[in-house]
Design a binder for this molecule. Sequence first.
Ligand code: ADP
Ligand code: MG
Length: 260
Amino acid sequence: MGKVIAIANQKGGVGKTTSSVNLSACLAFLGNKVLLVDIDPQGNATSGVGVNKADVENCVYNVLVEDMEAEKVLVSTAVDNLDVIPATIQLAGAEIELVPTISREVRLKKAIDSVKDNYDYVIIDCPPSLGLLTLNSLTAADTVLIPVQCEYYALEGLSQLLNTIRLVQKHLNKHLMIEGVLLTMLDARTNLGIQVIEEVKKYFQDKVYQSIIPRNVRLGEAPSYGQPIIIYDPKSRGAEVYLDLAKEVMAHGQRVGERS
Ligand code: ADP
Ligand code: MG
């Protein structure tokens, strides 16, 4: 049974999609069967693994709103061992269309539960909000991985996210745990980065990954080629660090409760 990890932070531009795409691809590269679930209407994770959104017939919208089977929507990617449930702009309406529906928060969970036995990991790329799409993700997930950008006010807004996680634990998914906190876009030339690392470690302690993602030009370029970094430039620093992260995630345990 696969472990389901939601990558969430309601702030935009902190590296959720970059981390979803590259953690998924690196886990797959290391021999795991991986399903990437794109639940952001922008569909950047979908195009980031080389799926052309214009060619997508059915997407996660059909699963959430029309009860289509996940199996019918997922597609394979050019990366061995990596499948994706794509998102298109059609998903933008789901946040509102789901409001009056029955069991609106558990729709993604039902879909993922129906396929997760086929995978070692299911990675969900969340949108930059704490709305119904993110609630569906946190309800479907075993754990949540929180990317935090190395910048001023890095911790700002995180109490809101942690509060949402507590509410989900109380009402929707009592087993949800924090997988880890990932520092992203570190500019090693500045003191600011070092200060932020200290601040975030003080707050989250051993939940912070040893792997810290540097600001890396190749990581920024890879999406426009529809390639994860491990394919686009396997020798780059970005590829190295996302591989290290994948190894850390694997060491945390395959299933809930196995985390050391
Ligand atoms: P989010 O999904 O949280 O909105 P993204 O992963 O889309 O954030 O990242 C925002 C932008 O920053 C994107 O253009 C992405 O390519 C770029 N980016 C993300 N991580 C890095 C990095 N480590 N180095 C350079 N550019 C990055
Ligand atoms: Mg994103």
